[in-house]
Design a binder for this molecule. Structure first.
Ligand SMILES: Nc1ncnc2c1ncn2[C@@H]1O[C@H](COP(=O)(O)OP(=O)(O)OP(=O)(O)O)[C@@H](O)[C@H]1O
Length: 208
């Protein structure tokens, strides 16, 4: 399956952010998305996940096959960590939460309400959801924010396990995850602004 993107254009609001985006990611591979702040990494991931329709070009994958992890953790604050995991396991039809809890060392936290978890613990819980989705394509936006070095390593292990099972991962990150086989794509080459500078639609509007 993998992902194949051809001449893709992406918008936020009605503003064209990216155009001419071309790449392939075969099964079992990861693609690291790089580019300066505002280059359009989130915009591209949202488009690949089906949250924003493409403004042009083609995607070959079914967006229902995508598990998307945004900047926000998306936890249910009143539920415990374990209840959050069991909720997602029911939603995605995956029975056992133990492998997800193992991957991110959450066993000691399962009875704690999510609202009382530290920032890094919340992020680990949010990332554990990925392993419960059984979805083959992971689109991850700055997944390691708030993680310490050991947990960055655990996250990288989870991505490796996903790839070993034939899964695909697209990861916007500014850090080195140590994924030796991953390709890197600088998406600033696809920025839609004519002069090549960072496009700021709010400034454009103020000056027009
Ligand atoms: N709703 C919106 N309407 C118009 N423009 C938007 C909207 N949301 C974001 N943008 C603009 O789209 C551009 C791309 O934003 P995006 O969040 O995709 O960048 P990014 O590469 O993920 O940045 P960062 O590294 O800072 O997370 C930015 O210039 C941003 O200001």
């Amino acid at each position: 399956m993998g992902i194949s993107v051809s001449n893709l254009a992406c918008e936020r609001g009605s503003t064209r952010i990216l155009e001419g985006v071309d790449f392939d990611v075969p099964d079992g591979q990861a693609l690291i998305l790089r580019g300066p702040n505002g280059a359009g990494k989130t915009t591209l991931l949202r488009c690949l996940a089906g949250l924003t329709p493409p403004a042009g070009g083609t995607l070959t994958h079914d967006t229902d096959d995508v598990a998307y992890a945004a900047h926000a953790d998306g936890l249910k604050a009143q539920l415990t960590a374990g209840e959050n995991l069991r909720f997602w396991a029911r939603v995605y039809g995956s029975g056992d939460i133990a492998p997800a809890a193992d991957a991110f060392r959450l066993h000691d936290l399962v009875d704690r309400p999510a609202q009382y978890l530290s920032a890094g613990q919340k992020r680990r819980l949010a990332l554990a959801r990925l392993t419960l989705t059984n979805r083959p394509i992971w689109c991850l936006d700055e997944p390691t924010v708030s993680l310490d070095a050991q947990n960055v390593g655990r996250f990288a292990d989870a991505v490796r396990a996903h790839m070993a099972g034939g899964g695909v991962a697209l990861i916007a990150t500014h850090i080195d995850l140590g994924l030796d086989t991953a390709r890197v794509l600088d998406i600033s080459q696809f920025t839609a602004s004519a002069d090549g500078t960072e496009h700021d639609p709010f400034l454009d509007e103020a000056l027009s």
